[in-house]
Design a protein around this ligand. Structure first.
Ligand code: PLP
Length: 367
């Protein structure tokens, strides 16, 4: 029998958006000694979060569905961001929220604008709903806000995707440049502003949150600075009518109860985030120092990874492979001209030492 897929699903290629480090570990038949490729936190979760979920596993919590309104967590987030609770929606990570956003605004043939080589998940979802994707080039290793808006006008796009700070380059944009985008946005076009790394952004002031503006949706996560990537929880900050749209289509029991408990405890742990961001800053400096020692250029980072310039994409590709077979998991940008960089994640000191031991001879061999 031919399987009665929708026409969109029928038209899609089989895709693996990300090859997981576990897949590579199976391929090399050994575990990685340094996991520096997925921008995960090397510094774990808040001790208060850890205690809260340990207690929860000893009670009825795991047997019960989570609060579908995420009320406690949204209350804490509402205090953190000084926005009403009606402007917040919690779901199983930004990736899931990107999917809901695309589903809310895109139907087959509608255009979505992104950057060539940018974080790819929005494209994955857009393809899944039959959208047309138009990508613009980076400018000087930054996402090009002017080109994104121009492309949105040209293609009558419904959505623009922008990550600030950016993954994979680690660069950030000024609040003014994003404000200017909003001024020039086509009618019926929204800005998806992915702020997965915002807690690490110390070089630029933050674009003020304005929930009266229905043209911007801001995506935040507990996966990076809060160290909870495996727990799958994130949220959006947006106009209340946009949040109402999320509530019409989201999976109301899709958030893991333990993730909800851990996220709330992390927000109450006021000491944790400053500690992590300081460790990440030190880790970035270690990577800068290593790059300097090897006479490699790098981009100043506003994230928990550093893009290091290998000058040539074939060299960069080979390096990633050699590192993997040597026990160091790392990824790199895939699209020119950014594909000559490798993306070095901040790890623990021990992971960084593994990286140095693996990287230095490889670089010496090619130079
Ligand atoms: C890691 C990452 C995400 C994933 O966030 P989750 O909340 O874990 O789904 C989203 N956007 C960017 C730019 C990322 O780098």
């Amino acid at each position: 029998m031919s399987i009665p897929f929708t026409s969109v699903v029928k038209s899609l290629p089989d895709t693996i958006p990300f090859v997981g480090p576990e897949t590579l570990e199976r391929k090399y038949s050994k575990p990685f000694v340094a996991r520096l490729g997925a921008n995960e936190s090397a510094f774990g979760i808040s001790p208060m979060a850890s205690e809260a979920i340990t207690n929860a596993t000893n009670s009825t919590d795991c047997s019960w569905y989570a609060d579908p309104e995420n009320f406690e967590l949204r209350t804490l987030l509402s205090q953190k961001h000084s926005v009403p609770i009606e402007n917040l929606c919690v779901d199983a990570g930004i990736d899931s929220l990107l999917g809901l956003t695309v589903r809310m605004f895109v139907e087959p043939g509608i255009s979505v604008v992104s950057s060539k080589g940018a974080y790819p998940t929005v494209n994955y979802h857009a393809n899944g709903y039959g959208a047309k994707i138009h990508s613009v080039s980076y400018k000087d290793h930054h996402e090009d806000t002017v080109a994104l808006v121009d492309a949105a006008h040209t293609h009558h796009a419904r959505l623009i995707y922008l990550a600030n700070p950016d993954n994979p380059m680690g660069t950030c944009l000024s609040p003014d440049s994003i404000q200017d985008m909003l001024k020039e946005l086509p009618e019926d076009c929204l800005l998806m502003l992915d702020e997965a790394y915002v807690e690490f952004m110390d070089q630029m002031p933050l674009l003020p949150i304005d929930v009266s503006d229905p043209r911007i949706i801001r995506f935040r996560t507990f996966s990076k600075a809060y160290g909870m990537a495996g727990m799958r929880i994130g949220y959006v900050i947006a106009h209340k009518d946009i949040i109402a749209g999320f509530n019409r289509i989201r999976n109301h029991f899709g958030v893991n109860r333990l993730a909800q408990i851990a996220a709330a405890a992390s927000l109450r742990d006021t000491a944790f985030l400053p500690e992590v961001t300081e460790l990440v800053k030190l880790g970035r400096q270690r990577i800068y120092d290593l790059a300097d020692a090897l006479s490699l250029n790098y981009l100043s980072s506003s994230t928990n990874f550093v893009a290091v310039d290998m000058r040539n994409h074939e060299v960069a590709n080979k390096l990633i492979e050699s590192l993997a077979s040597g026990g160091v998991f790392m990824r790199k940008p895939m699209v020119a001209p950014q594909d000559r960089f490798i993306r070095v994640g901040v790890g623990t000191e021990e992971e960084h030492q593994h990286l140095e031991r693996a990287l230095i001879p490889l670089i010496q061999a090619i130079s």
